[in-house]
Design a protein around this ligand. Sequence first.
Ligand code: COA
Length: 322
Amino acid sequence: MIYSRIAGTGGYLPDKVVTNADLEKTVDTTDQWIQDRTGIRERHIAAEDQTTCDLAEQAARKAMESANVTSEDIDLVIIATTTPDRVFPSTACLLQQRLDIHGCAAFDVQAVCTGFVYALGIADKFIKSGTHKCALVVGAETLSRIVDWKDRTTCVLFGDGAGAAVVRAADEPGIMSTHLHADGKYENLLTVPAGVSQGYDQILQQSAFIEMKGNEVFKMAVNTLGRIVDETLEANQLQKSDIDWLIPHQANTRIIGATARKLKMPMDHVVVTVAEHGNTSAASIPLALDVAIRDGRIKRGEILMLEGFGGGFTWGSVLLKY
Ligand code: COA
């Protein structure tokens, strides 16, 4: 039996930091309101000339270094993103050539904030099938480009960044299970209601920004993430106490806290980066994972639960032995 395991991780955040105090100057909000409702204190924002691929490249190079692999070792490139550089080629193809990787499969995955969980699930299946041995899996976003900076109900929530993992074939797990779900009937609760197929005029003249029914998204996220915890434990015949670390999507500390309570997980075993990163969509889970690996909290052999929820709705989890 072939398994896949995370061999190395990397993360990258743009230099520019926008604090809640900065936002108080541009929209009718307060640091207190943002912290109370979301836990967010600040977020990183890409420079004007920085694209998603620029962010992805930095994170990918760090992941490859930590996994001790070269461009020649990589035989699959997957980027999860909602904010690609171009309509085509895919951001994965752009990244591939930046890294001097040639010929292997490279494609983008669009599952919004669950994107990295989807991409890891896909990489795991490619590797388990025996066709591929070493995948570069990236979550990268320049969400600041699709945020309406005049809308206080959304602009305080999001940030830019990239996280990456090198996933290699192994004799034992590694990734123990992945659980991917979606239900498009919730398409309008969290959306950017524009796209190239509706015509460029619409993008240029109307809203091409994030629109969200925050309350409804909040309730769905809490309920859905509670269910995915049960599903993941049951599939692996594990107890809550078997999980060493929860690495959740970083949208909101109240949603993270609810999932932690469901797992009976003390908060010092939950990786929380939302205060400093905001919600970086597909980048949030790999960024959080990388932070906790690099600062020495997560150690080899520990059991990690990654879980995400996002527009679609999409949701999913990955259980793995690091
Ligand atoms: N600053 C100050 N006041 C704000 C504000 C801001 N940035 N944004 C909204 N408000 C106001 C609203 O206008 C509303 O005012 P009103 O009562 O006079 O109408 C009030 O605060 C309460 O708004 P509400 O939307 O009910 O707040 P909430 O407690 O639901 O918190 C969110 C809003 C967005 C923080 C919360 O709904 C949430 O976190 N939802 C999930 C979002 C998410 O995670 N999305 C991504 C999933 S991947």
